[in-house]
Design a protein around this ligand. Structure first.
Ligand code: ZN
Length: 203
């Protein structure tokens, strides 16, 4: 079943989501919700979906970066973004316990800000603690695009959208990104858009 993805302006996207107990994670019906979220993410298609995006204020997100999504992207772009396939998994109550000081900046989009994109600086590596779909504690260290996806989805669970963090002068339609900035190095994008101030790279 495909769930409705709410768009920016819906209050649920701006409210901190509620953590779930292990009993709630193991509740009948939760596996169906995960399946619906996974199917909704694949149908969009997207590489992550957080529960608030389908109107639920609970600390749950699903992530998957499929090999077939990467097939049409140039190898040099994948290398620059450090993007590699990520198997489907679900996270409950995730927390970022460590951010790398090193950051990267790339265009990012969101299924809840449909059709738009902007440059967002994020930590290159993060360590995340979460509960898996059995309610078991897990720790994960991720780098590159996977780390970006995690930061984006966990932001959703804290009522944040990428537009809160983006370089606002870069906010564009997806069509215009493809038309004007396809293959253009990020420093050149910044210069051409007249972004002069220094970035601290802090989260
Ligand atoms: Zn999003």
């Amino acid at each position: 079943m495909r769930l409705k993805i709410v768009q920016t302006g819906e209050p649920v996207l701006r409210a901190p989501a509620r953590p779930l107990s292990v009993d709630e994670i193991n509740m009948p019906g939760m596996s169906e919700l995960l399946t619906h979220m996974r199917d909704t993410m694949r149908d969009a298609p997207g590489v992550g979906l957080a529960a608030p995006q389908v109107g639920l204020g609970i600390q749950l997100a699903v992530i998957e970066d499929r090999a077939d999504y990467l097939a049409g992207i140039k190898p040099e772009i994948l290398a620059e973004r450090e993007r590699a396939p990520v198997q489907y998994f679900a996270l409950f109550n995730p927390r970022i316990v460590k951010y790398s000081e090193e950051t990267t900046e790339f265009f990012e989009g969101c299924l809840s800000v449909a059709g738009f994109s902007g440059l967002v600086r994020r930590s290159r590596t993060v360590t995340v603690e979460y509960l898996n779909e059995l309610g078991e504690p897990q720790t994960l260290e991720a780098s590159g695009w996977f780390a970006r996806i995690l930061q984006h989805e966990i932001d959703h669970l804290n009522g944040r959208l990428y537009i809160d963090r983006m370089e606002t002068r870069t906010f564009s339609t997806m069509d215009n990104i493809a038309r004007h900035w396809n293959g253009v190095p990020i420093p050149v994008v910044r210069e051409k858009l007249g972004i002069t101030e220094d970035q601290t790279g802090e989260n």
